[in-house]
Design a binder for this molecule. Structure first.
Ligand code: GRF
Length: 214
């Protein structure tokens, strides 16, 4: 029985990426288990965690008494991840920009899913609907999904996996997002399993995917 990788998920939205990870852990498709879900807002992702019997931590971004600074907010997030001994942190629709202390604590062990082919249509403000609107406004014929390691810059870390998804005639941001989402779900689990198998090797900007161990 392969040792289960302990995964912490940070999310701020509906949580369909989280749900796929939970389901794939439960089915044995992933040699992993989600040990905690943390959100800065009450959201669908926390509800999904509670339903699955997973620790669901709402660290309220509006609580300026407890978290007067972003650094103190991130220290609370970090303490929660460490309490649960998370070995990999997955951002799944997490909308906060993280401070260096949190990102550096999980250097090489924190990944993110982005609903476009980075480095295009990434960076500040490129979240959710805005990503797909920008792709359509530019007239792209192909978009897609990217899983990458998280670094201090936004959406700039070494790329683990990418998958192209066609833009169709008449697409709206909603129809494009809906076409990409299932590919995000598949790609994210593929990346988590590669990490669990120790097959991801960061070499500068590149990530080498090592062959399966015999
Ligand atoms: C997804 O497109 C994800 O890439 C983006 O937010 C959308 C919804 O994610 N960050 P989820 O359903 O909350 O996982």
């Amino acid at each position: 029985m392969a040792k289960k990788l302990r995964v912490g998920v940070l999310a701020s939205g509906g949580g369909t990426n989280l749900q796929t990870i939970i389901d794939n852990c439960a089915s044995g498709k992933l040699d992993a288990e989600v040990v905690v879900v943390i959100s800065d807002v009450q959201c669908g992702a926390l509800e999904r965690a509670r339903k699955a019997g997973i620790a669901a931590e709402h660290i309220d971004r509006r609580d300026k008494e407890r978290f007067p600074t972003r650094e103190e907010f991130d220290r609370a997030v970090l303490a929660c991840l460490r309490r649960q001994e998370a070995e990999l942190v997955c951002l799944a629709g997490y909308l906060r920009i993280m401070t260096p202390e949190l990102v550096e604590a999980y250097e090489g062990r924190m990944i993110n899913i982005h609903p476009a082919l980075l480095p295009s249509f990434g960076g500040k403000g490129m979240v959710g609907h805005h990503v797909h609107q920008a792709v359509l406004d530019y007239g792209c014929k192909v978009s897609g999904a990217t899983v990458h390691f998280v670094t201090l810059g936004t959406d700039e870390g070494p790329i683990i996996l990418q998958r192209p998804v066609p833009v169709e005639e008449g697409d709206t941001p909603e129809t494009l997002a809906a076409r990409i989402l299932p590919h995000e779900h598949e790609l994210y689990s593929e990346a988590i399993q590669l990490f669990a198998e120790g097959r991801l090797k960061i070499e500068g900007r590149r990530v080498r995917i090592l062959p399966r161990k015999a």
